[in-house]
Design a protein around this ligand. Structure first.
Ligand code: GUN
Length: 292
């Protein structure tokens, strides 16, 4: 049986460290502020942004939540983003995705001041990440990297495969693993012989959004498996949360594996607070604490 990578414990510990740094900043009269915008009433988005606001307050940061009507126009949302861009009490801005279809997501993301873009989705931050320039890094891949470094210490020379090529997870994850000197494969829905590709790798990051798609038999013995998937399914009449990896079988083969829930999920919010702290330190020319 493989080692279980406890993302909840790691995220709690990271939030504690962030909270201590926030206390030190307050002694310098600096209070990190995070603004989260939700447009419409999507139930999942509502749950996520409530969790984000709660954790923001728990670590002692200033939290602002803006809830806009489902029918809000792109221009009205851009005006709210611009207000927050110039608001001195706000260091991080997050617009919860997906947005209603009348709004162009790219234009909104790229209207956020890149230095307040704590999601790390702005084209400037994407460019910085791929050019190895200090940037704000997308939260979920950053959380995966922290868990991998904590588990393996040094990733140099490891063969890593990312299954999924989204802008939010797959692509930035590839940049981060290249940065750690891994040999990286990015697989996706058109990849041929996916199971053979997966089997060659020491690290597997699953981010396809398909419940239990990556089978246990595809995993190289001893590999480290990071499961980004959060899929709600019904099994034997019961509602269940499962990842993109067939956990029960993969856990028999892998060296270490993240569970769902309790693996990558809690890391995303912890990394959002981490990024807000980083943005605040950069803005105030203060040293950025190193947590990993
Ligand atoms: N929707 C689902 N995940 C995310 C995320 O990481 N950031 C934003 N802004 N929206 C999301």
């Amino acid at each position: 049986m493989s080692r279980l990578i406890d993302g909840k414990k790691f995220a709690d510990s990271l939030c504690n460290k962030i909270s201590k740094e926030v206390s030190k900043l307050k002694e310098k009269n600096v209070i990190p502020g995070l603004a989260v915008i939700r447009v419409g009433e999507d139930p999942a988005s509502t749950v996520y942004i409530n969790m984000k606001a709660k954790k923001t307050k728990e670590v002692g940061m200033h939290s602002v939540t803006k809830i806009l009507d489902e029918k809000t126009s792109g221009d009205d949302l851009l005006n709210v983003v611009e207000e927050l861009n110039i608001d001195e009490s706000i260091n991080g801005i997050l617009v919860q995705l997906p947005l209603p279809k009348q709004i162009n997501e790219d234009s909104v993301i790229n209207a956020i001041n890149p230095d307040k873009d704590v999601d790390g989705f702005h084209a400037i931050n994407t460019g910085r990440l791929w050019s190895s320039i200090d940037s704000l890094v997308p939260c979920t891949p950053l959380g995966c990297k922290m868990l991998l470094l904590n588990e393996l210490k040094d990733l140099t020379g490891k063969k890593a495969i990312i299954v999924g090529r989204s802008n939010i997870v797959g692509k930035p994850m590839a940049a981060l693993l290249i940065g750690e000197s891994c040999t990286v494969t990015v697989a996706h829905s058109k990849t041929k012989n996916l199971q053979d590709e997966v089997k060659k790798n020491d690290i597997v990051v699953a981010a396809v959004g398909v419940p239990e798609m990556i089978k246990g038999s595809w995993i190289k013995p001893g590999a480290t498996v990071i499961d980004v998937g959060i899929n709600r399914i019904e099994k034997d009449g019961k509602k269940k949360l499962v990842g993109d990896v067939e956990f029960s079988e993969a856990a028999k083969v892998a060296g270490a594996i993240t569970p769902v829930p309790g693996g990558v999920g809690p890391m995303t919010i912890a990394c959002l607070l981490h990024n807000t702290l980083v943005a605040t330190c950069r803005k105030n020319n203060l040293e950025i604490p190193k947590f990993f």
